[in-house]
Each structure stands twice: as C-alpha cells, then as structure tokens.
Design a protein around this ligand. Structure first.
Ligand code: FUB
Length: 305
C-alpha cells in the first residue's frame, strides 16, 4: 500500500511546490522584469493589449505585481504608462529594474517621438510598487541613426546589473548586444557604449550573478530560445553555457528574467498559452531554475497552464 501511496504524495508535494502559472489570467502580459525587495518579489510586465487577431504589439503600459510566495500575486494600483516619458510616442516594451540608495530605477523601452526608432528611458520611484516618474526628462539611450543600415528597434530590452563593487551596468540591444557603465546616479551612461558579438543573438540580454559566477542570458534565434553564457566578470569574456528554455509553440519571443528568492532560483518568461493567447497576447509565467554542481544551469521545462 505504502509502495503505491508514496509517489502520489510526492506528486502532490511537487505540485504544491510548483509556481502558479500564468502570473495573471486577467490580462495578457509580456517581458517580465523582477526584483526581490523586503521579502517580496516585484514583477514588472508589459501589458499586451492587442485585439484577437491583432497584427502587431499594442503595449501602452507596464503593470506591477508582487508576491511573497511565488504562488499568489497581488497587482499594485500604479501601472506605469509610457506617457510617464513626455518625449515618448508609444510602445511600452521590455524593461528592467534596480534598487539603489533607497530608490527604484525602472529602465524601459519606448518609441521616441522625434528620434526615429526605439529608445530607453529611466523612471524612478521611492517604492518598488510606484508611482514612477521620469528620472531624467530625456531618453537615456536613443537609436543611432548614423549607422550604415539603421535598425529602428536595435536599442531595446534594457537589463540593469549592479556588481558587488557598486559599479552598475546597462545591457541592451537587438541583433547586437550593447552595454555601458552607469554613473552612480543611475540615470547617466558612464563612458563608451560597447558592442558584443554573441552567436545568433536576438534580444533580451540579462545579467545575473550566482555563487560567484556571472551569467549572461539572452534570446537566441527567431523563434527564440533562451540560452546563457558564463564569465568571470560583468563584461565577460563569455563562454557558452547551454539552452535554458526551448522555443514557445505559438509565440516567437520568450524574454526571461532570473532571480533568487527564499533560497531558490526562478526564471520568469512569457508564452502564448492563455486561452486566446498568441504572438501579441502573451502571458508571463515562472518556473524554478536549478544549477548543477558545476554551476551549469539545467534546462527548464514550462509547466502546463
Ligand atoms: O514586447 C516587445 C518585444 O518583444 C520585446 O522588447 C522583446 O524582448 C520581445 O519580447
């Protein structure tokens, strides 16, 4: 009897330990950014508002959620509209967040009103739940139209990382990954913009540190899969680590964020599994992420929804 009962108990226990996906089924959400602060995980997502059968992204705001257990998510009443940036014309695309000196800096992608193409802005708040206001009054990064073949969307998907020595970095890009140092005020680039050639890099670069090792994850190919590299510093040099998550079935993008929380590691991503979901109607979900004894990230399967 016990022989048969045990597996059932284990299945039930692992189901309980599993995170609830998607994070919300009330709206479509995409491009997760996550921050652990004061015993909670804060999650910032783009709101996918395209109608059924829509042919493009319709994203006007970022929504803010938080959880103390990765299971139950509370939405906070301060969505961040792209209009927080007076210089932005549309498109609340991907973002990332960092805390410094008691303030919360939200780096985000928007379309610039006067400089053609995407740009990166930074908003600031005294609370991780907002409200957020424009921290600079102008874009932090704008599209480089002097490039021989200018790409309107190559300055997207900011990721911010503060190293143990206090140096902050911003990573971003589409097709080519770029990075630059941030000044201690977090709202100005410090020095040159560097480019990094990564094999089949598409977008969604993300930097995190675990057990003394630097991990650079990103979306590779299109449809995208999430892969990672490791390195001895926040600027590399990078060595390929492996595939973390395979492509979605009905959505070409996947966009990850990785955090440690209460002794476990997690990866946020999006898919199109919510009923009515698809390319422009995505849903953010979360899975536990595990490291092998050699520091390798083990492949992560998406849980059913
Ligand atoms: O949500 C718009 C774009 O799709 C993001 O900037 C990319 O990362 C991809 O998820």
């Amino acid at each position: 009897m016990l022989k048969h009962a045990l597996p059932a108990i284990l299945v039930a226990a692992s189901a309980l330990a599993q995170a609830a996906n998607p994070i919300t089924s009330k709206i479509y959400t995409a491009d997760p950014a996550a921050l652990v602060d004061n015993g909670r995980v804060y999650l910032y997502v783009g709101h996918d508002e395209a109608a059924a059968g829509g042919k493009d992204y319709l994203m006007n705001e970022w929504r803010v959620f938080s959880s103390c257990d990765m299971q139950n998510w509370t939405e906070h009443p301060n969505p961040v509209p792209y209009t927080v940036f007076k210089w932005a014309g549309r498109d609340a695309w991907a973002s990332d967040i960092a805390r410094r000196n008691g303030k919360y800096y939200l780096y985000t992608t928007v379309d610039h009103k006067t400089i053609p193409g995407k740009a990166i802005g930074v908003a600031v708040s005294n609370s991780p739940a907002g409200p957020f206001v424009d921290a600079r009054g102008s874009a932090l990064v704008t599209n480089d139209m002097t490039h021989e073949t200018p790409i309107a969307w190559d300055d997207i998907d900011p990721a911010v990382f503060i190293d143990d020595d206090g140096q902050a970095y911003l990573y971003w890009g589409n097709t080519v990954m770029k990075y630059a140092k941030l000044k201690p005020n977090m709202i100005e680039l410090d020095g040159a913009i560097h480019t990094v050639g990564l094999e089949a890099f598409t977008e969604a670069s993300y930097l995190h540190k675990h057990a003394g090792k630097y991990y650079l994850s990103y979306s590779r190919k299109f449809p995208e899969e999430t892969v990672y590299m490791t390195g001895p510093s926040a600027t590399g040099p990078w060595s390929f680590g492996g595939v973390i998550m395979e492509q979605n079935s009905n959505v070409k993008t996947i966009h990850q964020a990785i955090v440690d929380f209460n002794g476990k590691s997690y990866i946020f991503y999006h898919n199109g599994k919510l009923p009515g979901g698809g390319e422009f109607r995505r849903s953010v979900a979360v899975e536990e992420l595990h490291y092998g004894p050699d520091g390798k990230i083990l492949p992560v399967a998406q849980t059913a929804q």
